[in-house]
Design a protein around this ligand. Structure first.
Ligand SMILES: NC(=O)c1ccc[n+]([C@@H]2O[C@H](COP(=O)([O-])OP(=O)(O)OC[C@H]3O[C@@H](n4cnc5c(N)ncnc54)[C@H](O)[C@@H]3O)[C@@H](O)[C@H]2O)c1
Length: 270
């Protein structure tokens, strides 16, 4: 289904690693809706080479950038404006990584070097992207910037570990930067809080399969898929959501406002 709601819009999409990535689905949908964009990921992620298929399919160029490096981001943003032939209308930040999670360190036994690296990659990088874009005056008026997040920022999910703290910081940056970007450039900034989704980053979390099943049963509409998340991102990039900013938007089938469901209650009946 295409309504060309992103026709003429230019974007930068971070975080498409493979066909499971949420960013991959967003790129496919944005392409269907008429957008042109640059794809970017950490140089190390390029080695897998899968992103080339997506670039071919969507007619996009790829510019490697480590989202923690301001120098890389400076280059990415200036090159993107040049390649796309004008200022940027939308940016997707779809980046997350915790070394503590990867190495199986418990939340109460973090290695702080790992913690700091994870915070830089997962949260501070969002500030770096926006600060770099703002300094270059690279965003069009009424442009839209979205980062993906998870409800562990508000409520405790123990196995999400230090990613919970990273997501809280990420969501706070969206509010704080959204204020300044709104006042100065009419640019809107939001986070989308997505259901658990089977991707490379997602499946790194301990007990993820059980957790996805639990969330499915705790959501009146069921878990939102990566494809549905892509639809929501496209809506947020479009002109139909111009006054939505500084929000954390739950895209979770109702999970965040559900205390319990009948399906879960029944699991406790004798
Ligand atoms: N999968 C889920 O259950 C779920 C739920 C809610 C939110 N999210 C969020 O969605 C976003 C995308 O994750 P995903 O599930 O599609 O997994 P994914 O593993 O496909 O994507 C994560 C991406 O981050 C990139 N990345 C890591 N370090 C980087 C760096 N230094 N510079 C640039 N890019 C870097 C990776 O290369 C990868 O492309 C993340 O922010 C994640 O926390 C995921």
């Amino acid at each position: 289904m295409s309504n060309n709601i992103l026709k003429g819009k230019r974007g930068i999409i971070f975080g498409a690693l493979n066909a499971q990535s949420i960013a991959w689905k967003v790129a496919e949908r944005a392409h269907e809706e008429g957008a042109t964009f640059v794809l970017t990921n950490a140089p190390i992620a390029m080695r897998m080479g899968e992103i080339n298929k997506l670039a071919e399919k969507t007619g996009s160029e790829i510019i490697p950038a480590d989202a923690t490096s301001v120098e890389d981001l400076d280059n990415l943003i200036s090159q993107s404006v040049e390649i796309l032939g004008g200022k940027i209308d939308f940016i997707l930040h779809s980046i997350g990584m915790s070394i503590n999670v990867r190495k199986g360190r418990h939340y109460t036994d973090q290695k702080y070097d790992f913690t700091q690296k994870g915070l830089d990659v997962s949260a501070l990088s969002f500030h770096k992207v926006m600060q770099t874009a703002k300094k270059q005056d690279a965003m069009n008026d009424w442009g839209s910037i979205v980062a993906l997040t998870y409800i562990a920022a508000q409520r405790t999910f123990p196995d999400y570990n230090d990613m919970a703290d990273n997501k809280s910081y990420l969501e706070s940056i969206a509010r704080s930067f959204g204020y300044h970007y709104g006042i100065d450039n009419n640019v809107r900034v939001n986070t989308i809080s997505q259901s658990p989704t089977m991707t490379t980053a997602g499946s790194g979390v301990k007990g993820f399969n059980e957790f996805i099943n639990y969330a499915e049963q705790m959501s009146p509409l069921g878990n939102a898929s990566a494809e549905a998340c892509a639809d929501y991102c496209v809506a947020m990039f479009s002109d139909l959501t111009r006054y939505v900013t500084m929000q954390n938007l739950f895209h979770d089938g109702g999970f965040s406002n559900t205390g319990v469901t009948q399906a879960v209650i029944e699991k406790f009946s004798d």
